[in-house]
Ligand binder design. Structure first.
Ligand code: HEC
Ligand code: HEC
Ligand code: HEC
Ligand code: HEC
Ligand code: HEC
Length: 399
């Protein structure tokens, strides 16, 4: 009994602080040309890359109001800094070690090199590009004024933060929390994945890094562009630093193929005489991972409704595309209705002719989080937390 009470009140650490990100990036040997490592320093030579980065959520990974509210609600834990502000000098404290094996309880002391301006840059240039006094990149033979190190596969960069493992004794996930990479692996190869799912994730950090070229994150999230790296430099194949995702309606629309139509199949079923059937088909055709991916708060709603001549709703049918997790007393994946790549899903509504219906409408909306959660954490959003990705009305002239 006591055990169960404890399971309900204990703090909930939903993932393992893996060695991949448990230690901040060490910046003790910055070459002079990189100044204080700020994105503004890089901008003096790489202006276009800076302009792009500034439009992204990476540059706001610390300051963004939703993150700040959620972080404070979640007891302002240190572990969150490790990905949202990964450089040592972005963090007010130095991590000396951890008291517990899950690494949620760090031993810290004040950091004399703490730079609050750099902290506000969140996932700044150096978070992805700076390692051991060098700038990592995929080109390798440039005349850069800073030391460089060649990276074989650009996707290796994403692995540090976009994989979270949850493989603990009390956790029964099909995918780890924020399981973008595991979702890609699972969609790519159902057969090998079944083995992997058997031991929950079965993905060690090494395994993931060696296979990272298959992830394709960079191909989809950093579109190609021919241009020079610096003003008047050599023209090369470069990648735009855009990383669009759930905050960008156009990107979400590009993931989905949606059709809303009257289904004539119903004519062939005698018992359905006098009824009309409307179907919405939705397919994830644009994302290798599930849609939505990332934090389990993200979801889609599909509303199908029948309207009268004054646009009053006569019948409504609402479905949610979401990952549902039970958090207490154990962490268990209850249900996952998200869209796997290439697998169409149908939603239907039927009406009979004698009612006052004049049209049927379908609305698909993307939600960054739901209203209940927004209220619970006290997040006062200035931008909408949900938006339409599809809306279509079919007028019903009687047949
Ligand atoms: C004083 C100018 C200058 C500064 C400051 C500077 N760079 Fe560079 N960087 C260059 C030049 C020049 C090149 C090579 C361009 C070429 O050959 O096309 C380069 C190359 C690169 C490359 C490509 C390396 C490869 O092999 O793929 C990356 C990545 C890069 N810089 C990132 C950064 C980052 C991040 C910062 C800030 C922390 C930064 N640079 C600061 C001038 C600068
Ligand atoms: C240092 C950690 C870190 C690295 C490395 C990293 N990311 Fe992120 N990424 C984040 C964080 C943190 C967020 C969420 C920021 C927020 O919403 O507050 C994020 C958000 C995103 C988003 C979501 C945008 C949206 O609108 O929701 C995309 C897409 C993304 N990253 C792609 C990538 C890709 C591709 C790479 C590799 C080239 C990468 N990231 C590397 C930490 C990282
Ligand atoms: C989330 C990780 C991430 C962040 C943050 C980031 N970059 Fe990059 N950057 C990459 C990756 C990955 C590549 C390699 C793309 C490729 O395959 O060519 C790259 C490539 C580059 C290149 C070489 C041209 C190219 O496309 O290969 C330059 C220059 C560069 N970045 C500058 C910057 C600057 C300046 C900033 C900050 C304003 C920055 N980057 C922030 C991930 C990042
Ligand atoms: C085939 C293209 C494709 C590949 C490969 C891909 N993505 Fe995406 N990604 C998308 C599209 C399209 C969206 C917008 C739909 C959405 O938000 O779910 C998206 C959304 C996201 C988001 C937004 C989170 C959210 O809940 O909306 C993140 C984070 C992300 N991707 C990370 C990654 C990472 C990390 C990788 C590599 C491990 C990757 N993606 C590989 C196309 C791709
Ligand atoms: C392993 C790296 C990592 C750690 C540790 C981490 N995050 Fe994140 N966080 C991310 C990435 C990557 C994203 C964006 C993609 C996604 O949704 O999975 C993100 C997104 C978020 C978002 C959504 C922001 C938005 O605009 O939609 C919130 C809120 C958030 N994190 C809060 C936290 C809190 C609170 C903690 C500490 C308990 C934490 N994160 C720890 C990597 C991390």
């Amino acid at each position: 009994m006591l055990f169960f009470i404890w399971r309900f009140i204990r703090p909930m650490n939903i993932f393992i602080v893996d060695d991949r990100f448990a230690w901040p990036v060490n910046t003790s040997s910055i070459p002079a040309v990189l100044g204080n490592l700020s994105a503004k320093e890089c901008a003096t030579c790489h202006q276009e890359f800076y302009n792009e980065w500034q439009t992204t959520i990476h540059s706001k990974a610390w300051t963004e109001p939703y993150f700040q509210t959620d972080w404070k609600f979640d007891r302002s834990q240190h572990s969150c800094r490790l990905c949202h502000t990964p450089l040592d000098r972005q963090q007010p404290e130095i991590v000396l070690g951890y008291r517990d094996t899950d690494k949620w309880d760090p031993i810290v002391e004040d950091n004399p090199d703490f730079d609050p301006k750099l902290q506000h840059e969140g996932v700044t240039c150096a978070a992805c590009h700076y390692r051991d006094g060098k700038i990592v990149g995929v080109i390798g033979n440039t005349n850069a004024p800073h030391p460089t190190k060649k990276l074989d596969d650009p996707n290796q960069v994403c692995v540090r933060c976009h994989i979270v493992e949850g493989d603990k004794w009390d956790t029964f996930f099909r995918f780890p929390p924020c399981g973008t990479v595991a979702e890609i692996e699972s969609s790519r190869s159902q057969a090998t994945t079944n083995n992997k799912l058997a031991n929950r994730t079965g993905l060690s950090a090494e395994h993931l890094v060696s296979d990272s070229s298959l992830f394709g994150c960079v191909e989809c999230h950093m579109p190609l562009k021919k241009r020079s790296l610096v003003k008047d430099g050599v023209i090369r194949d470069t990648r735009q630093h855009l990383w669009r995702g759930g905050h960008d309606p156009a990107m979400v629309k590009s993931a989905l193929t949606i059709k809303f139509y009257e289904d004539d199949l119903i004519d062939k079923i005698p018992s359905s005489k006098g009824k009309r059937l409307f179907t919405l088909t939705i397919v994830n055709t644009g994302a290798a991972h599930y849609v939505p991916t990332g934090t389990p708060d993200r979801h889609l709603t599909i509303q199908l409704r029948v309207l009268d001549k004054n646009n009053n709703v006569l019948i409504e049918n609402i479905n949610t595309i979401k990952r549902t997790v039970m958090w207490r007393p154990f962490i268990v994946d209850l249900k996952d209705t998200r869209l796997q790549r290439g697998k169409p899903r149908n939603y239907q509504i039927d009406i009979s002719e004698e009612n006052k219906a004049v049209s049927v409408e379908a609305v698909v909306r993307y939600h960054l989080l739901d209203e209940k959660r927004r209220k619970r954490i006290g997040y006062k959003n200035e931008t909408p937390i949900a938006y339409d990705v599809f809306r279509q009305k079919i007028e019903l002239q009687m047949k």
